[in-house]
Design a protein around this ligand. Structure first.
Ligand SMILES: [Zn+2]
Ligand SMILES: [Zn+2]
Length: 370
């Protein structure tokens, strides 16, 4: 039996309970979770904004140590340090064969089904199967995942730093580097300065953007944004006309790259308005599947803006994680500074409350205790 954060039903409060964990089968790896990040997406699952089957063990951003390997596993050994990849690519669908592993059909399907590709889940509660979130479920002392849901990391990396790499950092870093391809001297706007938004900001700075306008309703987050490289900050509570203010900061052009990191139709439309003609609008925030956003039909050709989504930073884990590790070790990416709160797993409720209150950069849950 292991302790894990169980969501019995969508819309209810998750509980930390004892569940059964199966030993790793063929191709599976058992991991002792050392640190896990609480992501907005976990809240979206709790509230049903990201539809998932229940009962479900939460958590998709985390790091740990390999505890046991199943038959046929060749890539990992007991004792190695790893992080989770919540889009474990199958390697054989059209997207995987065309260097878009972020859009892997199989990974997406398993995320919907809440199981691994063989239909199994490693968790059970009193004989009843418990679903696994994105083949990961790392709000648990231990989990069992398919081999391709893991990436090896440097042993010197603190586990909490490694944990945030797996979602918040990669999503922001990749959105800037791979999706937007931000260029030196460019102008950037970022709506939403939570864990992912701060990584958009610091990566944009790293890639040479010279004007970075950060927008958020929380003053603390705007202070964080300045610490991570924003050159200007705007609070819509004080500056309702964000588009007008952005035009004033960009010679009445609008920005080259506008990032939406909130996941709401209004802010997606706002991001569109912030970009200059021919500029790029990158939607990183995840809205719920029943929401729609509209754009002026004439403006689409006339302004020729590029609207694109960015899922998991369009990441290529095998290349991006070593690069992010190097940039962190060279002091070029602030990762330790991303972590503002730590809670033992048992205090999940307090952690959720802190995230909802908008007070946190990134919250780390420690299944082994603080
Ligand atoms: Zn996440
Ligand atoms: Zn695939």
């Amino acid at each position: 039996m292991i302790q894990a954060a169980l969501l019995r039903e969508v819309g209810t409060s998750p509980e930390v309970v004892s569940v059964d964990l199966q030993a790793p089968g063929p191709g599976q790896v058992q991991v002792r979770v050392k640190a896990a990040g609480l992501c907005q997406s976990d809240l979206s699952v709790i509230y049903g904004k990201i539809p998932q089957l229940t009962p479900l063990i939460l958590g998709h951003e985390g790091a740990g140590v390999v505890e046991q390997v199943g038959e046929g596993v060749t890539g990992f050994q007991v004792g190695e340090h790893v992080i989770f990849n919540w889009v474990p690519s199958c390697g054989h669908c059209w997207y995987c064969e065309h260097e878009r592993t972020d859009l892997c059909e199989e990974a997406f399907m398993q995320m919907t089904l809440g199981t691994q590709t063989d239909g199994s889940t490693p968790f059970a509660l009193q004989g009843e199967e418990v679903y696994q979130f994105s083949q990961t479920s790392c709000f648990a002392e231990q989990t069992v995942v398919p081999e391709n849901a893991l990436v090896k990391i440097d042993r010197d990396l603190p586990f909490e730093v490694a944990a945030v790499m797996g979602c918040a950092v990669l999503t922001g870093f990749g959105a800037v580097k791979h999706t937007a391809q931000v260029t030196p001297g460019s102008t950037v706007a970022v709506i939403g300065c939570g864990g992912v938004g701060l990584n958009v900001i610091q990566t944009a700075k790293l890639m040479g953007a010279t004007t970075i306008i950060a927008m958020d309703r929380t003053e603390q987050k705007l202070q964080d944004a300045r610490d991570f490289g924003a050159t200007h900050t705007l609070n819509p509570l004080h500056t309702p006309d964000l588009i007008g203010a952005t035009l004033d900061l960009t010679d009445q052009l609008g920005v080259d790259f506008a990032f939406e990191v909130v996941g709401r139709p209004e802010t997606i439309q706002q991001a569109y308005g912030l970009a200059r003609k021919g500029g790029k609008v990158i939607v990183v925030g995840v809205a719920s599947p029943d929401q729609e956003v509209t754009f002026n039909a004439f403006a689409l050709p006339a302004e020729s803006k590029v609207i694109t989504g960015s899922w998991y930073g369009q990441a290529r884990m095998e290349e991006d994680i070593p690069e992010i590790t190097r940039l962190y070790q060279e002091g070029k990416l602030k990762l330790q500074e991303l972590i503002s709160h730590r809670y033992p797993l048992e205090q999940l409720h307090e952690a959720i409350h802190t995230l909802e209150a908008g007070e946190a950069r990134r919250i780390i849950l420690l299944p082994g205790g603080v």
